[in-house]
Design a protein around this ligand. Sequence first.
Ligand SMILES: C[S@@+](CC[C@H](N)C(=O)[O-])C[C@H]1O[C@@H](n2cnc3c(N)ncnc32)[C@H](O)[C@@H]1O
Length: 294
Amino acid sequence: MTLAQTSPSRRAEQDLVKGEFAFTADDFRHLAAMLHADAGIALVEAKANLVYSRLAKRLRKLGLDSFKAYCALVASPAGAEERQNMLAALTTNVTRFFREDHHFGHLKAQVLPNLIARVRQGGRARIWSAGCSSGQEPYSIALTLLSLMPDAGRFDIKILATDIDPNVIAEGRQGYYSAETCTPIANDLLTRWFQATGREGWTVGPELRQLVSFRELNLMGNWPMRGQFDVIFCRNVAIYFEEETQSRIWARFTAQLSPGGSLYIGHSERISGSAADLLSTDGLTTYRLRGAGA
Ligand SMILES: C[S@@+](CC[C@H](N)C(=O)[O-])C[C@H]1O[C@@H](n2cnc3c(N)ncnc32)[C@H](O)[C@@H]1O
């Protein structure tokens, strides 16, 4: 009899993945429910192998012998810190400098010139990289800004970079990247705004660092930011949420955009729900809130 043919109750107790630790469908359901409750991320059972391999390291480290014991730990008050580690282990942090580079071309040609003119006249401008991972996205935004406005640090133009995972926030703050990670950065920008760190890599320089503030923030929770944003990047984050959560998050971003503000989303994401009526698009996953110019 195959796993698919067994009764639901027996199936829940059988191992989903064969390996060092017992990992049943019940264990998977518990972990998926916690990840959904904490981060809005929807995990399907087809991801069982991935969950197993990412968390097996945690079980080994903690000296646990089964996922059942791990589930009990992360569900208990004593396991609050480990629950954070679980979240960090299960989020996907893949990113790159200038990923989906047409967004940066659009930002440079269509959006930043107005914002720069405004801040040069004494106004303010705010940009948010939501789900920023280890910092490559917000630093790419800052580099695009510096390429047009090398003295940006003297004006009231700032980039907020947030993520749920404290480990990637720490990496972004540290601002050290290997030479290979830096290959998408144009050489003139790299040598001007980074500092060579040995032969191995580059560290963000002071002018670049000054433009970006990193904060831990769960998009499912409250957003403490008071002001509105002229530009929001939220790319390759909502793809892990189910449809209803996506619609809710697009509506919240729309409410947080200033009139005429821009929203950039990932290439495989689409705006759904009530936000779709409030945003116009150029068809390249770049949206603008209908209203006055930015
Ligand atoms: C695949 S990375 C995308 C990084 C970057 N935006 C890009 O496109 O290169 C997704 C990021 O979203 C973060 N994330 C997932 N769920 C989140 C949530 N509920 N709140 C905030 N960040 C979240 C993950 O920690 C991860 O760093």
